[in-house]
Design a protein around this ligand. Structure first.
Ligand code: PNS
Length: 162
């Protein structure tokens, strides 16, 4: 049976760390779905349609990468999609506690589903969407840490603000 993996997250915005994990996942699983959580943050920088568009453009040439949105419990979405695996990226020890809690809660909610942790390439270990937004907002360079399209969109947002 083909293995379908779900890679859930906020992706506000998509970083090269996410891209790295998705690319690795696409080699390991038959299909991987980038599942963007709707309504996670009250004031996201990128709207859901923007996040969907960015991920779809970035992965347009990878036929086994799909981009979708979900709402509600992650395990319910994974069940609906008949997927077997949840993929999460693990960067540093600081990620571990929250990820362990989520993986064990999801395991309790739906024991059929396995969470698989993947490490990004070392150059992305410190990259997070939150830091990207903060550094960019304060005028710092994020080139190479996010897809070019994200950098362009960040610039457009800054121009629109002034
Ligand atoms: O990119 P993030 O913000 O770290 O992703 C967190 C995400 C989306 C994986 C998590 O918040 C989630 O699964 N939310 C859906 C609601 C849910 O199932 N909550 C219980 C998780 S144990």
């Amino acid at each position: 049976m083909p293995t379908l993996a779900i890679y859930p997250g906020s992706f506000d915005p998509l970083t090269n760390g996410h891209v790295d994990i998705i690319t690795r996942g696409a080699k390991l699983f038959d299909r991987i779905v980038v599942a963007i959580l709707m309504n996670a943050e009250k004031a996201p920088l990128f709207s859901i349609p923007e996040r969907l568009e960015i991920a779809r453009v970035v992965f347009k040439d990878q036929p086994n990468v799909e981009v979708d949105t979900f709402d509600g419990l992650l395990v319910d979405y994974v069940e609906r999609r008949r997927a077997q695996v949840i993929v999460r990226g693990l960067r540093a020890v600081s990620d571990f506690e929250f990820e362990l809690q989520m993986a064990l809660m999801n395991q309790r909610l739906q024991p059929r589903i396995e969470t698989v942790f993947m490490m990004p390439a070392e150059q992305y270990i410190y990259v997070s969407s939150r830091l990207i937004k903060e550094v960019f907002a304060l005028g710092g360079r994020v080139h190479g840490l996010v897809p070019d399209m994200v950098e362009e969109r960040l610039r457009e947002k800054r121009t629109a603000k002034v």
